[in-house]
Design a protein around this ligand. Structure first.
Ligand code: AMP
Length: 548
């Protein structure tokens, strides 16, 4: 017997319809690329999202066609979030911090039809447009009078010219809730970047979960600042949860320095902010140097990389801001765990609470997790046993876009598929996860990935290099920085500086270039000839980066 409830697909358009109808005057404030502050509200965003949908229909775009963005957090990006997905197309948010060749590769793989960009990325678009044959229109997110003349980009139009005069009447289409809604590429595993392809259903379930009290605890009483970019896993889902709760949204645009973020928090009475540790380090540095305090901020979610203890202490003790340490991945939409304390922990002394807050936290309903040993046997939740972390749930990927990398899931005895995260963790008896290591071969610097394989491939392309291995080492500001360990060919010579300069004209962004080169006689190899990175890390345990 089936239940007798209404059959309504979970669609992203229902979020913006709800926000318009029930929280129409809820504010959306954006710092623009131009530097000024722009004010909008959910009613206006909804109306302009419908204009975007009409503009996309005018382009004869098909259901599931990909529309890309290279954009900061701002109101026009939010309109695209709803206009693109709501009308049945797929929003592809591209990370502008990648090398132009990586961006072109991703745009081609996704077969993007239109690419919308903030004017700060004009040089990037000028560098890639000729390499992106599927993109038939380039849209600058600006007013008509700001459109650059003689840009050299064919089919370039301003966003306001493209959608501004169209009708805001549009009936959001109804379709299968499992249809694709947005996508994000990640280089979190080996090989070429792979895309997580989110669905309307996964996005809505994630939006509900993110708003829960033991997750982000979002409500219409909040003023929310997502510093985490909208090109990083949909700003952790905040643009969707914000429409669901009707909270005020404050977008920082391109200004992520400590002073700009602090000023916005104060002027817009921000109560909740989300970002990676590197950004909060800049904010705390500014506040300490100017002896400032927060007047309204009461909690912050920090994730993407491990949150250092000193940061938790500064927020909790000095600024009276609750730190919610979070863990997740692009493949998980991204939220997996959040560190909110249970009732029994509230009476613990501050030092013990900090120790708990350093953990990545408890699973959110919807995400199941387990740790396993090398043979796949589940390990106990005792806070000691450390194993490979696997997850499953309705907002976790089943496979990557275009089936890249084959079937990523690991079946259990019941045949249920678990996604291997590439993280190594413990789980304690209260269900608190703690990430202790990473088995995947990548480096995360300032919240952004660096592929060790790319770094190694470039090093071995140098005529004097016989073998190279790239590992991450701890860095106080960036969390990790890459270094490359090199064995020279017999009789060949290359210096550290020559090798680092060799990266200059290759397809890695400047910030992805290693910080140092360590020359060694031999690199440890396993039985199959694979570099033993764990052994290498062990050998370089006492290594210090030149600038630290
Ligand atoms: P991404 O797909 O870019 O969101 O990166 C996900 C990966 O970042 C995870 O698999 C972890 O390796 C790492 N990560 C995310 N959050 C944390 C955290 N709070 N602590 C430690 N590592 C984290």
């Amino acid at each position: 017997m089936l239940g007798l409830m209404q059959d309504q697909p979970l669609l992203i358009s229902s979020l913006i319809e709800f926000a318009e109808r029930h929280n129409g005057d809820g504010e959306i404030v954006s710092r623009r690329v131009e530097g000024d502050i722009h004010r909008s509200d959910w009613r206006t965003i909804a109306s302009r999202a419908r204009q975007v949908a009409n503009a996309l229909d005018n382009e004869q775009l098909l259901f599931s066609d990909r529309i890309a963005t290279l954009a900061w957090n701002g109101y026009r990006h939010l309109e695209l979030y709803y206009g693109v997905s709501g009308s049945g197309r797929v929003l592809h948010t591209i990370n502008p911090r990648l090398h132009p060749d990586q961006i072109a590769w991703i745009a081609n793989h996704a077969e993007d039809q239109i690419l919308c960009f903030d004017l700060s990325f004009l040089p990037l678009v000028q560098a890639v447009h000729a390499k992106c044959p599927t993109v038939r229109k380039w849209i600058a997110l600006c007013d008509a009078d700001k459109l650059p003349a003689d840009s050299g980009i064919p089919n370039l139009v301003s966003y306001e010219t493209w959608m501004g005069k169209l009708s805001d009447r549009y009936d959001w289409p109804r379709f299968d809730e499992n249809s694709a809604s947005s996508m994000c590429y990640t280089s979190g595993t080996t090989g070429n970047p792979k895309a997580a392809l989110y669905s309307h259903r996964s996005t809505l379930l994630h939006a509900y979960a993110a708003a829960l009290p033991d997750v982000m605890d979002l409500s219409a009483r909040d003023s929310v600042l997502p510093v985490v970019p909208m090109f990083h896993v949909n700003a952790w889902g905040i643009p969707y949860s914000a429409a669901l709760t009707g909270c005020k949204l404050v977008f920082p645009g391109p200004a992520l320095d400590g002073k700009s973020v602090y000023d916005l928090i104060e002027s817009e009475h921000v109560t909740f902010a989300a970002g990676v540790p590197t950004v909060w380090q800049m904010l705390l540095g500014h506040m300490q140097s100017q002896d400032l305090k927060f007047s309204t901020l009461n909690r912050t979610v920090i994730g993407g990389s491990a949150c250092p203890p000193a940061m938790i202490d500064a927020f909790q003790q000095k600024y009276k801001v609750d730190v919610l340490h979070a863990w997740g991945m692009t493949e998980m939409s991204p939220l997996g765990t959040l560190c909110t304390l249970k009732n029994k922990h509230l009476a613990l002394p501050p030092a013990q609470q900090t120790a708990l807050r350093l953990k990545q936290g408890r699973a959110i309903f919807g995400v199941d997790m387990k740790i396993v040993d090398g043979d796949g046997h589940e390990l106990p939740w005792n806070g000691q046993a450390s194993g490979d972390l696997l997850v499953k749930g309705p907002w976790v990927v089943a496979e990557y876009f275009k089936g890249e990398g084959g079937d990523p899931l690991v079946p259990d005895a019941q045949g249920r598929g678990w996604f291997p995260t590439g993280d190594v963790a413990t789980i304690d008896a209260d269900g608190f996860l703690q990430i202790t290591d990473r088995s995947k071969d990548v480096i995360k610097s300032g919240g952004e990935w660096i592929s060790s394989i790319d770094i190694e491939n470039i090093a071995v392309a140098h005529p004097a290099v016989a073998m190279a291995a790239c590992i991450g080492v701890a860095h106080p500001k960036w969390d990790e920085r890459p270094i490359v360990i090199v064995v020279k060919k017999p009789g060949a010579e290359v210096t550290r500086d020559e090798l680092l300069a060799f990266y200059g004209n290759k397809t890695v962004a400047k910030w992805q270039v290693p910080d140092d080169v360590v020359f060694v006689e031999a690199i440890p190899l396993g039985a199959t000839g694979k570099i033993l990175k764990t052994r290498l890390r062990e050998q370089l345990r006492d290594y210090k980066l030149p600038e630290c």
